[in-house]
Design a protein around this ligand. Structure first.
Ligand code: IMP
Ligand code: MG
Length: 188
């Protein structure tokens, strides 16, 4: 079944194998929420979402957190159109609020090469937060170029490109509710 004849059809992603179901994502996200609640009991946190991929994870994670919590968002240059990184990370949208003295949790969809989160961690640390943690829904440790780990990890996965639950291929498929494996032969 060649992809080119299907790419513009609705539900083309239904052919992509499911890696994590909506139930698995919800369960793991709730666990991370409880962990954040416990780690910051009696305090408040600022969830800093990395646009656009982390939008769904931040929305769901924040609803599993019961401690005092606010949102902020940053945007960085991303993968471009394909499945490969350009290597360069650039800030496109800065924080709206000062974070000095605050508990910050960077919320990211995937920790891949680590270039994005290493860049953001360095940048946010310059603002002297009280604490700086990283929550990444997915972790591909085999792809790491920068030495960086998440404090809260949803799932560790092998080196395979995924889409759905906020994650894109050339900006598509962010709205797919579960997480699916991207077929390597899918056209750009
Ligand atoms: P890193 O800088 O290489 O760690 O890349 C992090 C960013 O690359 C993530 O925020 C994603 O936007 C993107 N990315 C990495 N792997 C995937 C994937 O499998 N699917 C979709 N986006 C990905
Ligand atoms: Mg992306």
């Amino acid at each position: 079944m060649p992809y080119p004849s299907h790419v513009s059809h609705a539900n083309v992603h239904k052919n992509f194998p499911v890696l994590f179901s909506t139930e698995q994502i919800a369960e793991r996200t709730a666990e991370i929420g409880r962990q954040i609640d416990a780690d910051f009991a009696g305090q408040s946190v600022v969830l800093v979402g990395v646009l656009k991929g982390a939008a769904m994870f931040l929305a769901d994670l924040s609803r599993s957190i019961t401690i005092d919590c606010t949102f902020d968002f940053v945007a960085v240059s991303s993968y471009g159109k394909g499945q490969r990184t350009s290597g360069a990370v650039k800030l496109i949208k800065d924080l709206d609020q000062p974070i000095e003295g605050k508990n910050i949790i960077i919320v990211e969809d995937i920790l891949d090469t680590g270039l994005t989160l290493a860049f953001l961690r360095k940048l946010l640390l310059q603002h002297k937060p009280k604490a700086l943690k990283i929550a990444a829904l997915l972790d591909k440790p085999s792809r790491r170029l920068e030495k960086i780990d998440a404090d809260y990890t949803g799932f560790v996965i092998p080196n395979h490109f995924v889409i759905g639950y906020g994650m894109d291929y050339a900006e598509r498929f962010r709205n797919v509710p579960d997480i699916r494996l991207m077929p390597p032969d899918f056209p750009e």
